[in-house]
Design a protein around this ligand. Sequence first.
Ligand code: URA
Length: 266
Amino acid sequence: MDKAAAPLDFETARALLEWQAELGADEPMLEAPVNRYGLAIEAPKPVRAVAGTGQATAPAGPEPVEDPLQLAAELAGGATGLEDLAARQASYDHCALKRGARNFVFADGNPAARVLILGEAPGREEDIEGRPFVGRAGQLLDRMFAAIGLSRTAHHPEEALYITNVMPWRPPQNRDPEPAEIAMMLPFVKRHVDFVNPDVIVLMGNTSCFAALGRKGILRLRGTWVEAFGKPAMPMTHPAYLLRNPAAKREAWADLLEIRARLGGA
Ligand code: URA
C-alpha cells in the first residue's frame, strides 16, 4: 500500500489533531468547501404522510412564510414559560444562522436571578456545548461577576446570575449578527426577559446594545444606566474585548460596582 495513503492509527491521529489545535486550527476543513447555507436544515421537521401512498416525506428547507418577523412575534408571544419559549425559538427556521450552527444555545444560570446578562451570540465553545459563555470570555465573565458576589450556579436569587444571548445560533466565523437576524430574534429576547423578570439587565457589548437600545458605541454607552425592555440596564464592554484590552478592565470594574450598588449591599 502507498505509505502516504496508509490509514493513521488512533494515537497518531489524535496527536496530529492536538498539534493542529495548538497551532490555532479551530474548525475541521474538507478538501472542497461545503456551502452549509445551501444544506437542508437537519433539525427534525414535521413529517407529513403523502396522501394515498402511506409514505412519509420531510420538507427539505423552511416552509416559506409571508412575514418571518410576524411569525417570530407570534411564536414568542404564544410561549407559556421559558421551556416552551426555548422549544418555540429552536423550531424557528427562518434565521439562516441556524443552518450553520451545531447547537441551539438558549440560556444558563438561575431564572430567579435578579441580574440577567444579555450577550451577543455563541462562539465556538458555546456552539459545541450548547451553553452560553463557556469559552475564555465566559470564564472571565464568571470571574468578573464572582468579584461582586454573583454566580450562575448560585441558588439564592440575590447571588444568582441568568445568562442568555441575543442570538441562539453561532454566526459563521464569529461575525457580527446582521440587523435582519437580530430583528428576527428580538421578539424571543423580549419574551425571555419578560419571563425572567430581572431587576437589572447587563447589556454585554455592542450587539446587545443594538438589539435592546437600537444603538451601538459601547465605549460611549458603558457605565451609564439606560432602560432596556422596561428594566434598568447597564451597558458593559464585552469580556472578549477585555481579554484583548486588559487596560479596559478598570472601567469594567467600575461598572460592576455600579451594578452591585444598584442591587444593594455596596
Ligand atoms: N460571547 C457572547 O456574547 N456570548 C456567548 O455565549 C459567548 C461569547
